[in-house]
Write a protein that binds this ligand. Structure first.
Ligand SMILES: Cc1cc2nc3c(=O)[nH]c(=O)nc-3n(C[C@H](O)[C@H](O)[C@H](O)COP(=O)(O)O)c2cc1C
Length: 336
């Protein structure tokens, strides 16, 4: 895949993305994981082979589980999935900011729906940790969002190792209002009750995590933390993309808006992680994501208190080399 990067990076970004996924699917039997692996991480009852995963949105429909899994990620977060299939926003909706090593996207949860994702998860053989990010359909009124999250939970409960409740995408109208204390309480309470019921039914406990926006103010983050702890959520993923990275106002407006990811997000995502760690104490599980473009950045995020990290834009720009370098830095143990 690394050899194909210079070509892919000359194509329109969404075309390049689809080609990369197709290439990984075709090549899946021939891909080699990095030579170094570990250290293992035990978190919310799951054992991760190493601390580095692939963030949500890269393989929304789990079309490429075995190809991506073969690269050596300890976990992959599929989705964000919605109960029903939907096309997402009109194109163009994904933009490269090459100099800044960033992307702006307003994909809008384009995905084939929960039934399709379930089938893909059933068919794949990769044995790493499978996260599933769940969201709401664009045409579901925000007051009824909980019904969509619950529908996804039900359809995918036996197939996911953990769920990420996505209330932080900037590209679905009103979604981020679900992070406010009252709305978040409503969603989490409903999901918790359904989770308990499903746990009884299937004799299996699937952890629930919440993914937060980097654009929340400190007091909003603290309020969200209170709710998250009170509702017994298993962990936080921080952060999603940002609609207001300082200095990028012109880039946002010339592309018609969206969420920024990649290098310019690193500082804010790290800040949010530090605030969360301080608020929640040493033991609360946090996955750090946002602007990890180098092995140094991965090491720094873990040192700042992330239990695990996830890559997205760094993987788009640097390919599997970023994962290999990170694993090399984290643990010199040859893969068993
Ligand atoms: C094209 C694109 C699509 C994304 N789709 C999703 C998504 O469906 N669900 C989600 O939780 N995050 C989504 N994200 C956000 C990433 O998972 C990640 O949180 C964010 O990009 C910050 O990490 P990065 O700077 O390493 O890219 C998407 C990001 C990009 C660039």
């Amino acid at each position: 895949m690394s050899a194909a990067l210079p070509v892919l990076q000359r194509l329109p970004p969404e075309t390049a993305h689809h080609l990369a996924l197709r290439g990984l699917r075709v090549m899946r039997g021939h891909l080699k994981a990095p030579e170094r692996d570990g250290p293992e991480v035990e978190l919310f009852g799951l054992r991760f082979a190493n601390p580095v995963g692939l963030a949500a949105g890269f393989d929304k429909n789990a079309d490429c589980i075995d190809g991506l899994g073969a690269l050596g990620f300890s976990h992959i977060e599929f989705g964000t999935v919605t109960p029903r299939p939907q096309p997402g926003n009109p194109r163009p909706r994904l933009f490269r900011l090459r100099k800044a090593r960033a992307l702006i996207n307003r994909m809008g949860f384009n995905n084939h729906g929960a039934d399709y994702l379930a089938e893909r998860l059933r068919q794949a053989t990769w044995r790493g940790i499978r996260g599933v990010s769940i969201g709401k359909n664009a045409d579901t009124p925000i007051e009824r969002a909980a019904e969509d999250y619950i529908a996804c939970l039900r359809k995918l409960y036996t197939l996911a190792d953990y769920f990420a409740i996505n209330v932080s995408s900037p590209n679905t109208a009103g979604l981020r209002t679900l992070q406010a204390a009252d709305a978040l309480t409503g969603i989490l309470q409903a999901l918790r009750e359904e989770g308990l019921r499903l746990r009884e039914q299937h004799r299996r406990r699937v952890p629930l995590l919440v993914k937060l926006s980097p654009d929340l103010e400190s007091n909003e983050l603290q309020e969200a933390c209170e709710v998250i702890v009170r509702q017994g959520v298993d962990g936080i993923i921080a952060t999603n993309t940002s609609t207001r990275v300082p200095g990028f106002e012109a880039e946002y407006s010339s592309r018609g808006g969206g969420g920024l990811s990649g290098a310019p997000l690193e500082t804010r995502s790290l800040e949010v992680l530090q605030l969360l760690r301080k608020t929640l104490g040493a033991d609360f599980p946090i996955i750090g994501v946002g602007g990890l473009m180098s092995a140094d950045a991965v090491v720094a995020r873990l040192a700042a208190g992330a239990n695990l990290v996830q890559l997205y834009t760094g993987f788009v720009y640097r390919g599997p080399a970023l994962l290999a370098e990170s694993l090399q830095r984290l643990d010199p143990t040859p893969r068993r």
